[in-house]
Design a protein around this ligand. Sequence first.
Ligand code: SAM
Length: 234
Amino acid sequence: MHAAMSHSVDPIGYLHSCFKEKFAIPRQPQLAPAARGVLELVAPYDRAEAIQGLEQVSHVWLLFLFHQALEDKPRLKVRPPRLGGNASLGVFASRATHRPNGIGQSVVKLERVEPGRLWLSGIDLLDGTPVLDIKPYVPYADSVAEARNAIADAAPARVTVAWEQSALQQAQEHGLRLNEPLPELIEQCLAQDPRPAYQIPQPERRYGVLLWDVQVRWHYPEPGRILVLEVVPG
Ligand code: SAM
């Protein structure tokens, strides 16, 4: 018999991320290498001892709370966006955000580390995400050469992203100001096609998302092709 056990956890830090809203965040890490953020550690983990040795590691696992998707009612089935939002799947067969205990995990690239701060890229986390733990990625144990997943067997298909000339220039200028690879970030995120799969994109419909402090607007001149219209202060 098991004894009912409950255990409380406290964040070790909070993420400052390029993603200010859930819309248009890639569905997994590594899909947008230009997606960057800084993990700010809180006391006592902001001291040098806590990260000693971490500079020898290229990637880390983040365990975090889906703080914008927490719910009380247990869910056994989810409708992953990947399956078009219609088909459902057991919660444990999916990495959907609505899940028991609301815990997410992502492998991200560690660009730089200093006491109290980790610079990360390839993230799929919302701004303000509470992080519960950091663990070094261990290639010999964490990468499984023969692993298969027939539900998600390859990265999602990408759509073509084209730019209005003026929008590309705006993205370059804001990128310089922010010291961030902004045109790349926009292309990598939009190539994932953030639009809900059940919507047929009408050419007249405009979509938008806030990345860092800029609003990116685009439309679909035809299905499967995105045209970035403008990149303006958000
Ligand atoms: N790689 C993680 C995992 O497998 O546990 C996350 C996968 S989940 C499918 C990725 C989505 O979570 C993103 O597209 C974003 O919309 C959402 N998300 C990211 N951070 C979140 C947060 N703090 N609260 C709620 N949703 C979040």
